[in-house]
Design a protein around this ligand. Sequence first.
Ligand code: PXL
Length: 269
Amino acid sequence: MSPGRVLIVAGSDSGGGAGIQADIKTVTMLGGFAMTAITAITAQDTLGVQAVLTVPAEMVLKQFDMVVADLGADVVKIGMIGSADTAEKLAGRLSGLPVVFDPVMITSSGSALADAATIAAFDRLARIAELTTPNLPELEKLTGRSIGTLDELEAAAHFMARTTGRAVLAKGGHLAGDPVVDVLARPDGTLQRWGSPRVDTRHSHGTGCTLASGIACGLAQGMALEDSIARARDYLQAALRAPPGLGAGHGPMGHALGTVPFGHIHRKI
Ligand code: PXL
């Protein structure tokens, strides 16, 4: 049986807290097998991004094609996509592969990771993906709505699920208050909510990457979408509570979890 092969299409974060590095750590910790097609290299630390080198679309696709042809992939996780060209060309390759799409636009330190043309191509990926996982500002941008309350977050998620015909997990971390609520909206109009205690920390770099990779890993291991979301949120909580305490800015989480146990490793067999 496959351990759950996750092909991660995303950018490198030299600081190790987000991007490809967070993705690999997450998939590995959850028992999956991580493979990568790197779309961009960022030079960054916990204070911000100083330079980005975009990998040409042909090279991204070459990585993607070789991995799929030989090792195979159960799920594709898409993070920072690098360019509109890569987004368009990748979209043409995804048929038959379940996709978890994290529509990355800016870092927690405020640096742009997608230009306007790239963001314009996100709609196509969201219509292909099994699940898209926008945070509040990303959902505002994708739907053209302004969101200030949980009701508005749910309405926008519902709207996006209807217009794309695919499931949307809207993340409520940018709203004020405790608990933090995430909402899964499906195109059939159903909504599911998860709440978890807000963790008061500056070490929250890479939360979006970690959640999306965790969900992708669960799906790759044969778990249902709801169970994959629940386990990934649980893992994220544990990682948020175990930061190594590095850097002067938005520091990394503790993907290796330190000594903090976490609960629900439920895997379908
Ligand atoms: O969290 C979004 C993200 C995605 N990809 C890369 C990043 C970040 C945030 O810093 O650096 C490469």
